[in-house]
Write a protein that binds this ligand. Structure first.
Ligand code: APR
Length: 248
């Protein structure tokens, strides 16, 4: 605390706690499709056919193919400058070059944040590269043909499903996310349409105690939702914002 510090040392910059919420738009320029843009996934698939518990019960093969197609896409793409800029900010914190901490709360199920070098990442909608056993709860790495009859590699019971949160299900890690939102100084939303809850409600929860910024190709639907918005491609805007943060 300042009382313990010898006066001649300058006060460091205040410790900053940043929560970054990302959506499909941050991975768009890597080549992954979003959901609700013109050519998005929901223009080619019906949510109720591939993204609900009932869909998996009714036609597990179709659901398995939907996720296998998205995994095949994921293996063909790389993190982009937006993912890399966020990883640079986390690295600066670990290296003591920036007095702060960053937590990425992502709605995305791709692993591009991790491949860019970010480690403080929470996947609230699960992960494309994992499966989940509904019998023992294990979340092993994905394997070929994750179908209900596929035996779990841990408990060997036929109870596997994609480790993805479907519509109507509870997002993951919400306690940790809520705690981070309650104590953050800055909240930045990148590449999300802000149409799916609970993520869409985060900005309203933090506005009383954090600076809020939206980075998106389009201006926010509700102009007053965020104090500030940077309108443009994530690969241009996110590095610019990270440079601002690091410049203090
Ligand atoms: N740079 C910045 N923003 C972009 C870019 C880009 N290059 N390209 C697209 N966007 C923005 C779009 O303007 C849009 O606001 O990304 C957003 C994508 O919105 P959605 O397709 O709705 O994706 P997302 O918000 O992540 O969806 C949330 O809905 O379908 C469910 O579970 C799924 O996690 C997903 C959730």
């Amino acid at each position: 605390s300042p009382m313990e510090r010898p006066l001649e040392r300058p006060l460091e910059r205040p410790w900053e706690r940043i929560v970054v919420l990302t959506g499909a738009g941050i991975s768009r320029e890597s080549g992954l499709e979003t959901f609700r843009d013109g050519d998005g996934l929901w223009s080619r698939y019906a949510i109720e056919d591939v993204c609900t518990p009932h869909a998996f019960h009714r036609d597990p093969l179709l659901v398995d193919r939907f996720y296998n197609d998205r995994r095949a896409e994921l293996w063909r793409v790389r993190p982009n400058d937006a993912h890399l800029a966020l990883a640079r900010l986390e690295h600066a914190a670990r290296a003591g070059e920036w007095d702060g901490e960053i937590l990425i709360v992502t709605q995305n199920i791709d692993d591009l944040h991790e491949r860019a070098g970010s480690r403080n990442v929470v996947h609230m909608h699960g992960e494309l590269l994992r499966v989940r056993c509904t019998a023992c709860g294990a979340t092993p790495d994905w394997q070929e043909n994750c179908l209900p009859q596929t035996p779990c590699p841990i408990c060997h019971r036929p109870a596997l499903r994609p480790d993805v949160v479907w519509f109507g299900e509870i997002p993951l890690h919400m306690e940790r996310i809520q705690a981070a939102l309650d104590r953050c100084d800055r909240f930045v939303s990148i590449g999300t349409s802000g149409t799916v809850y609970p993520a869409a409600g985060f900005v309203a929860q933090v506005r009383d105690h954090a600076d809020t910024l939206d980075i998106n190709l389009e201006a926010p639907a509700v102009p007053t939702a965020f104090e500030r918005s940077m309108v443009g491609a994530a690969t241009r805007m996110v590095p610019r914002w990270v440079d601002e943060v690091l410049a203090g």
